[in-house]
Design a protein around this ligand. Structure first.
Ligand code: ADP
Ligand code: MG
Length: 363
């Protein structure tokens, strides 16, 4: 239904979207997630032709949307957008907001447009608000009016740009419920959202956007349960990181320890967990110090807010290998000690670095 090929968008020297390709089929619900500033809104705005892409192709039902002869108003009706900030017309009643575009743009007779509008208002739970003005409504009600207004144009696809992020927490669920209902009814939707539980259970596919790309995509089970790429994992598990680079055997061990303690305090880690972490850091830094010569090492502490998992990751040149399996006589003792404080130990070579990861045993 929608096909996007090698879409890019630059503002001056800044490339916001690098190279986006995607196919969206009828009836699919796609959630778009990712850190702010990664181009999620820009992507939707390009799809909706509110922005002119710098290059690439967009076709909707086989129609080239970027063809200069394309009927842009018609395409915007096909793919209508709901904004974070509602964008209702303040001087029009709720009914007026819903009927304006159908009457003006589609030539629907007023009586018919009003009947349809009342029906849609009922559907979003606001049958009694037809004559109210936007300023009389709560944020959640305004957003439901905005959704009804969007539906009044009978779109084939709805684009939502963070539809709940301007709302008080108490009003989020009334809006999400309306969107869930649309999903059940088979509406094709692309939803940019920070509501992870909602994204997980409403969508067929999830796009994780980062670095101007659809960095990883998959089913909700894949993206939320088992993200493969490092940035996706960091985002999904809300990983907070601390890093210390060691490039000399004379580095300031006490300063590093103090910083790690501060990091642990900031994230409210229990004393025993902190203790286990510090012992692991000491042991592993000792084991790595003889190999400083082939290149620097880095001590990374990752705390996943989502799961509570705390990991210590030592990065060194791949030539150093796994210091816990170097074949020396002390290895067994070191390994025994480390096992006491670590739940899991894993060594891998990734992104050109040897990474020894230890999941710290919790106190
Ligand atoms: P997101 O929705 O993922 O938070 P946006 O698509 O809003 O990200 O923005 C991505 C980047 O593009 C941001 O760094 C933003 O500053 C930049 N950007 C967005 N719109 C414009 C514009 N009209 N001119 C210049 N830069 C822009
Ligand atoms: Mg945005």
């Amino acid at each position: 239904m929608i096909s996007v090929e090698h879409l890019s968008k630059r503002y001056g020297d800044v490339t916001v979207l690098k190279d986006i390709s995607a196919e969206i089929r009828k009836g699919e619900v796609i959630s778009v997630i990712g850190p702010s500033g990664t181009g999620k809104s820009t992507f939707l705005r390009c799809l909706n032709l509110l922005e002119q892409p710098s290059s690439g192709r967009i076709s909707i039902d086989g129609v080239d949307a970027l063809d200069p002869r394309a009927d842009v108003p018609r395409l915007r009706q096909t793919m209508n957008m709901v904004f974070q900030s509602f964008n209702l017309f303040a001087h029009l009643s709720v009914l007026g907001n819903l009927t304006l575009a159908p009457i003006r743009l589609k030539g629907v007779p007023r009586a018919e447009a009003e009947a349809k509008a009342r029906e849609l208002l009922k559907m979003v739970g606001l049958g009694a608000k037809a004559d109210a003005f936007p300023e009389e409504l709560s944020g959640g009600q305004k957003q439901r009016v905005a959704i009804a207004r969007c539906l009044a144009m009978e779109p084939e696809v709805i684009l939502f740009d963070e539809p709940t992020s301007a709302l008080d927490p108490t009003m989020v669920s009334e809006v999400l419920s309306v969107i869930r209902r649309l999903a059940k009814e088979g509406m094709t939707m692309i939803i940019v959202t920070h509501e992870m539980d909602f994204a997980r259970d409403v969508s067929n596919r999830v796009f994780y956007m980062d670095e101007g790309l659809i960095y990883e995509e998959g089913t909700p089970e894949q993206i939320f349960g088992n993200p493969v790429k490092s940035r996706t994992r960091a985002f999904i598990h809300r990983i907070r990181s601390y890093r210390f680079d060691i490039d000399s055997t004379e580095f300031d061990f006490y300063a590093m320890n103090a910083e790690i303690e501060t990091f642990c305090e900031k994230h409210l880690l229990p004393r025993d967990t902190r203790h286990n972490l510090l012992l692991l850091v000491e042991e592993l830094v000792q084991l790595h110090l003889p190999s400083i010569a082939p290149g620097p090492i880095a001590v990374n502490v990752d705390f996943a807010e989502k799961t509570g998992e705390l990991s210590l990751i030592l990065e060194s040149p791949p030539t150093v290998g796994n210091v816990l399996e170097s074949g020396g006589e002390d290895d067994e003792i070191a390994l025994l000690l480390v096992r006491n404080y670590a739940e899991r130990i894993d060594y891998r070579v990734a992104e050109g670095l040897g990474q020894l990861e230890l999941v710290v045993r919790r106190g």
